[in-house]
Design a protein around this ligand. Structure first.
Ligand SMILES: NC(=O)C1=CN([C@@H]2O[C@H](COP(=O)(O)OP(=O)(O)OC[C@H]3O[C@@H](n4cnc5c(N)ncnc54)[C@H](OP(=O)(O)O)[C@@H]3O)[C@@H](O)[C@H]2O)C=CC1
Ligand SMILES: Nc1nc(=O)c2c([nH]1)NC[C@@H]1CN(c3ccc(C(=O)N[C@@H](CCC(=O)O)C(=O)O)cc3)C=[N+]21
Ligand SMILES: [Mg+2]
Length: 299
C-alpha cells in the first residue's frame, strides 16, 4: 500500500485565499482592517524565520502586521507593559507571543496577560477552559490546522480511534480536545506510555507531536491509518555550512508504505498553522466588532 499524501501547503493556500476574500469584504463594507501583533523576545534563528513568514502572509492576506522584536534580556515588567499597550490598541485584533520565551520570563504569566479576545494562539487559560467545556474559544492554530486536514480527508471523524503522541499545552492537549469534540475515541500517549508502539497500532488517526526526529516508524502504523506529522526537526547538516534536512516525528518513507494517508514535512501541518493564525485573527476581528464570523475557518 502507498499512502495518499495530504498536501497541507495547497490546502493552507486555499484557507489563506478564503481569509483574504473575507478581509477584503470587511474593508469594503465595514472599513475595518484586521491587525496582528507578533512579539519575539531574543534572537532564535528558527523563530525569526517563522515570524518573517507570518508577517509576509499576514500582509498578503490584506491585514496589518505589527512586529515587536525585543532583546533576549527584556524584563518581565517591560514585556507585560508591551502586552498592556497591545491589549488597549484598537488596531490590534490578535496578539501572538512567540514561544519558548527566554528562561527568566514566566510563560504562563505572560500568556495570561493577553486579552483572551485577542489571544489568537488560544493559549490563555480562559480559551483553554472554553475549549475544554465546548464553548466558543480561540482554538490553538496547530491543532486547528490538523483538524481541518483530517475533516477534509475523512469527512466525519465520529467513532474513529485517535492516538495523539505528546501532551504539551500548545499541541497535544488541545488536539485531544478537538478530536474528542469530533467524537473520536482519544488516547494521549507520552514519554511514560508503556508499549507505545502497540498503543499507536490501534489508531485509525495518529497525530505525532513529540519533537523527536522520525521516532514513529511504519511498523507502528495500522494499515490504512491517517498519519498527521506535527514534528519540525532539523537534522544535523551533512556538510560544513549546510542547513540540515527538515524532518517530522514520523519516518515518512516507512510510514507511507503502510498508512492510508500522511502529511509530509515540510509542506504539511506547518503551513496550516500559519493559515489558521490568519483565520483566528480574522475571527477575533469579527467578534470584536460584533460582526458575523467567517464560515469554515473556525473549529
Ligand atoms: N508544525 C507546526 O506548526 C508546529 C510544530 N511543532 C513541533 O511539534 C513537535 C512537538 O512540539 P511541542 O508539543 O511544543 O513539544 P513539547 O516538547 O512541549 O512536548 C513533547 C511531548 O512529546 C512527549 N515525548 C517526548 N519524548 C517522547 C517519547 N520518546 N515517546 C513518547 N512521547 C514523548 C513528551 O512527553 P512528556 O510530557 O512525558 O515529557 C511531551 O508531551 C516539535 O517537533 C515542534 O517543533 C510545534 C508547534 C507547531
Ligand atoms: N506562540 C507561538 N505560536 C506558535 O504557533 C508557535 C510558537 N509560538 N513557537 C514555535 C512553533 C513552531 N511553529 C511553526 C509554524 C509554522 C511552521 C512552518 O510553516 N513550517 C514549514 C517549513 C518552514 C521551514 O522550512 O523552516 C513547513 O512545515 O512546511 C513551522 C513551525 C509555530 N509555533
Ligand atoms: Mg521560560
Amino acid at each position: 500500500m502507498t499512502a495518499t499524501i495530504i498536501d497541507g501547503k495547497a490546502f493552507a493556500a486555499e484557507v489563506r485565499g478564503r481569509v483574504g476574500e473575507h478581509v477584503a469584504r470587511l474593508k469594503e463594507e465595514n472599513g475595518i482592517t484586521p491587525g496582528l501583533a507578533v512579539v519575539l523576545v531574543g534572537e532564535d534563528p528558527a523563530s525569526e524565520v517563522y515570524v518573517r513568514s507570518k508577517g509576509r502572509q499576514t500582509i498578503e492576506s490584506g491585514m496589518n502586521s505589527y512586529e515587536h522584536k525585543l532583546p533576549a534580556d527584556t524584563s518581565e515588567a517591560d514585556l507585560l507593559a508591551l502586552i498592556d499597550r497591545l491589549n488597549a490598541d484598537p488596531a490590534v485584533n490578535g496578539i501572538l507571543v512567540q514561544l519558548p520565551l527566554p528562561g527568566h520570563l514566566n510563560e504562563d504569566l505572560v500568556i495570561n496577560a493577553i486579552d483572551p479576545a485577542k489571544d489568537v494562539d488560544g493559549f490563555h487559560i480562559s480559551n483553554v477552559g472554553l475549549l475544554a467545556t465546548g464553548q466558543k474559544a480561540m482554538v490553538p492554530c496547530t491543532p486547528l490546522g490538523c483538524l481541518m486536514l483530517l475533516r477534509e480527508h475523512h469527512g466525519s471523524l465520529s467513532g474513529l480511534n485517535a492516538v495523539v503522541i505528546g501532551r504539551s499545552n500548545i499541541v497535544g492537549k488541545p488536539m485531544a480536545q478537538l478530536l474528542l469534540r469530533d467524537s473520536c475515541t482519544v488516547t494521549v500517549a507520552h514519554s511514560r506510555t508503556r508499549d507505545i508502539e502497540a498503543v499507536v497500532r490501534g489508531a485509525d488517526i495518529v497525530v505525532a507531536a513529540v519533537g523527536r526526529a522520525e521516532m514513529v516508524t511504519g511498523d507502528w502504523i495500522k494499515p490504512g491509518a491517517t498519519v498527521i506529522d506535527v514534528g519540525i526537526n532539523r537534522l544535523p547538516p551533512a556538510e560544513e555550512g549546510g542547513k540540515g534536512r527538515l524532518v517530522g516525528d514520523v519516518e515518512f518513507e516507512s510510514a507511507a508504505e503502510v498508512a492510508g494517508a500522511i502529511t509530509p514535512v515540510p509542506g504539511g501541518v506547518g503551513p496550516m498553522t500559519i493559515a489558521c493564525l490568519l483565520a483566528n485573527t480574522l475571527t477575533a476581528t469579527c467578534r470584536a466588532h460584533g460582526l458575523a464570523e467567517p464560515e469554515g475557518l473556525t473549529a
